[in-house]
Design a protein around this ligand. Structure first.
Ligand code: GLC
Length: 786
């Protein structure tokens, strides 16, 4: 019997939790309450406390402390805004119920047992309801199954699972779009070669969106401990979330539109700042291009072959023995000379910077990053005071404790060696943090971080390590080059990462399965507050072929981060490596990306401002259409461009779902009426693309790199809806500096209406103070007769 039990626990701790949620202790009934300006504090029979705070009419925070009062410290690295102006709200109570009402939400709290329900304030329709009172593991029943029992107490909230409820978000998961009937763990992990179902992988974004009967809500469980989400996997009764420590602390967002939730989520955790416009350019990487002549050769090859390119990446071999903040003198004797030379060809250089600082450096060697860090006591330590020494690329290494404000500043300032040498951006990798001694984090259990004086352990700080490292990098670049927008790329993350870094989906495989995962991964990241996403084009590990590379570009040529990258021992996969036939097709798509830059940049700025991503699942634009709820082999760019790539080998036809409305084939202008599936041809040189009737798409000139020439002329392609109208927007700024934050941009709205003698185009009011200079606008109607 004993053996049997041990085996079950060993097999899958996540499943054990899923089954055991019902055995947790429940928070006691409400015995009294206090009202404050911002909400109510409930005092429970078991000495627990619950705070319900109203941040906005559509945003309510629930914070529970079990068997003890809510602690005074209230801090999260994820939160960007905590100075909310409390909206008008009403309070009422009966002997059973406490009701809080805002203009949009009605929150009902049953006193005994303590159950919280959220309803639409206008229609009183139920949006989300507790399935059981908030729970905790007072008895320690779960403690011996937990990754790190010393982390604290397991806490959980359980919600009734709607009969037809769909779930989206959770950031980077190797999973399909709709997360219904799945469960997930968040614990940032280095997982090279991951395939669908591998969980956890690199990032932790504990935010999800529930959608039922067309109405959406969001829940952000702001807890950085190892966390669990179960959307009806273990039981058809409930969707629950919990963590191995910390507070039960969540934010409830009400839409009903998904876009509105994403806007609020961005207000709470931060809006993505605009990266430099060249960050939307094509990028080429390899583990690793060296020496400098090889880097120059790659760039020359791009130019010779008339393939657009903006960025080349230097992977770990540019360094002196993997020492971050150094250059290998033999391989890169003159980094400044190199960046200047490439700069004249229109190409920027991004270098990788990993968290591991070599320890100890060689005898008699002064390695400033190590020496200063030791002197200032900025490195992580074990509880017994020993330096924590993980193994990464340099061998034994140390990690910075990024929870220390001065350490973040010091780390940021170390980047001067890069900015002085003309390096344009920084690529933060291995920041789960990865440790070759043990990738699960077990070797780091007793690592203590300063955490603003709280001195907390790895259990709390692992998942936020990358967020703080990216922050230190971003803020350093901001200080070193105040007139330039920082460009930081990260692999791991916690919620809020969008304030500091763009991301890529780590070490994928060069397989068709991995390519197909790109779409649900990019769109789910977008639904989790991370708009700037991408994946190694062609896949990272293994050997691809020309067909796979072409189809991969047909997904990524519209992804915000478009970078071809390959593992050290992989077969080369630059666009020309499989021959002219494939190269010509790749050129066509890279050129199209550059022609569409005015459109993509306009969409990117919208993502910055509104929190709504540019790379979208159809459900984001058509949340009333259940046929989009599981659609993850198609995507949209903004509201207007629908793309249905081929994700399998030897396939040259596919079914495409067009939501209701008028649609135009991008290539032929053939008109379709949506609300149906169509069967389209997709030979290797064609990715099926459709434009929404009612849209105007700005298309710029052909470019080899951003800034080669101005976006002039810009041709607006008019795709009228069934009333003969179309609307388009163009966003412009200097593409480089942060001046847009102070109004130095130009947003122009155009409308077109079919008249008796063609289209009449009107230019609407222009917003912003930026003067883009003279440029020509052409307007071309999509020829519907074709
Ligand atoms: C990691 C990264 C990969 C990089 C390699 C060497 O595997 O994910 O992109 O090339 O490390 O730095």
């Amino acid at each position: 019997m004993k053996h049997f039990l041990v085996l079950i626990l060993f097999l899958s701790s996540a499943t054990v939790f899923a089954q055991d949620i019902t055995t947790l202790d429940k928070i006691g009934p409400v015995v009294s309450l206090q009202r404050t300006d911002k909400g109510v504090t409930l005092n429970c029979q078991d000495k627990s406390q619950v705070q319900i705070s109203i941040l906005a009419a559509d945003l309510v925070r629930v914070r529970a402390s079990f068997t003890k009062p809510i602690p005074a410290r209230d801090h999260s690295w994820a939160i960007a805004k905590d100075d909310w102006t409390t909206p008008r709200w009403n309070f009422s109570e009966t002997s059973d119920l406490i009701t809080i009402t805002t203009g949009e939400l009605e929150v009902t709290i049953r006193r005994s047992p303590l159950l919280i329900e959220f309803r639409d304030a206008q229609t009183h329709q139920l949006i989300n309801a507790d399935e059981r009172p908030m729970s905790y593991d007072a008895s320690g029943r779960l403690a011996n199954m937990m990754f790190d029992p010393s982390a604290g107490m397991f806490v959980a909230a359980s919600k009734k699972l709607g009969f037809d409820e769909h779930f989206y978000g959770l950031g980077e998961k190797a999973a399909r779009l709709d997360k219904r009937r799945s469960s997930f763990v968040n614990w940032n992990s280095d997982t090279p070669g991951y395939t669908e179902g591998k969980d956890p992988i690199y990032q932790t974004i504990p935010f999800y969106i529930g959608l039922q009967r067309g109405a959406a809500y969001g829940i952000f469980f702001d807890n950085s401990y190892r966390s669990y989400f179960d959307f009806g996997k273990s039981s058809q009764q409930r969707a629950w979330f919990g963590a191995e420590g910390g507070e039960l602390n969540y934010y409830f967002f009400y839409g009903p539109s998904i876009k509105k939730i994403l806007g609020r989520y961005a207000d709470l955790t931060g809006h993505m700042p605009l990266p430099p416009l060249w960050g939307l350019g094509n990028q080429q990487s390899r583990w690793s291009y060296y020496p400098d002549t090889m880097v120059a050769e790659v760039v020359n090859e791009y130019r010779k072959r008339d393939l657009p390119l903006d960025v080349v990446h230097l992977d770990i071999d540019y360094m002196n023995g993997y020492r971050v903040f150094t250059f290998n003198k033999e391989r890169f004797p003159d980094p400044k000379g190199l960046t200047e030379k490439l700069g004249r060809q229109g190409v920027k250089v991004v270098t990788i910077v990993d968290p591991g600082i070599k320890y100890p450096p060689d005898k008699n060697e002064r390695y400033h990053a190590f020496d200063e860090g030791v002197e200032k006591n900025f490195f992580q330590h074990r509880r017994n005071g020993d330096l924590f020494v993980p193994r990464v690329w340099p061998g034994e290494s140390v990690f910075v404790d990024y929870t220390i404000t001065d350490a973040r500043r010091w780390w940021g300032d170390l980047h001067r060696v890069y900015t002085d040498n003309g390096i344009a951006g920084i690529w933060n990798d291995m920041n789960e943090p990865s440790d070759f001694v043990d990738q699960t984090g077990k070797n780091q259990l007793d690592v203590v971080s300063y955490d603003e004086g709280e001195k907390t352990t790895h259990a709390k700080n692992r998942n936020t390590f990358a967020l703080l490292m990216s922050r230190a990098t971003y803020e350093g670049l901001e200080r070193l080059r105040p007139d330039r927008r920082p460009y930081v790329i990260t692999r791991a993350a916690y919620a809020g990462i969008q304030r500091y870094a763009t991301m890529w989906t780590g070490d994928t495989n060069s397989t068709w399965e991995a390519l197909a995962l790109n779409i649900p991964m990019f769109t789910s990241l977008g639904l989790s507050g991370e708009p700037f996403v991408g994946s190694d084009v062609g896949g990272f590990i293994g050997r691809g072929n020309g067909e796979l590379l072409v189809r991969s570009y047909q997904v990524s040529f519209l992804a915000p981060f478009c970078r071809n990258h390959k593992v050290i021992d992989g077969y080369d996969q630059e666009p020309w490596r499989f021959g002219k036939y494939y190269e010509d097709i790749i050129r066509k798509y890279l050129k199209l990306r550059y022609a569409l830059l005015p459109f993509l940049y306009t969409q990117l700025e919208e993502a910055h401002r509104s929190g709504v991503p540019l790379f979208r699942p159809l459900v984001l634009n058509y949340q009333d259409d259940p046929s989009t709820y599981n659609l993850d082999d198609q995507f949209m760019i903004g509201n207007d461009l629908l793309v249905a790539p081929i994700l399998k080998p030897d396939v040259t036809k596919r079914l495409v779902y067009l939501p209701s409305g008028t649609w135009y084939d991008y290539w032929t202008n053939k008109k379709y009426t949506g609300g149906t599936m169509i069967n389209v041809d997709a030979p290797l040189d064609v990715v099926p693309m459709f434009v929404r009737g009612g849209a105007m798409i700005p298309v710029g000139p052909s470019l080899n790199y951003v800034g080669e020439k101005p976006f002039d002329p810009i041709t607006f392609k008019i795709y009228p809806d069934n009333t003969g109208s179309a609307i388009g927007t163009l966003y412009e700024d200097d593409g480089l500096s942060p001046a847009y934050k102070n109004g130095a941009f130009r947003r122009t709205t155009f409308t077109a209406r079919r008249g008796p003698r063609g289209f009449v185009v009107s230019v609407g009011k222009q917003e912003g103070s930026f003067d883009p200079g003279p440029r020509k606008f052409y307007f071309v109607a999509a020829d519907e007769r074709k």
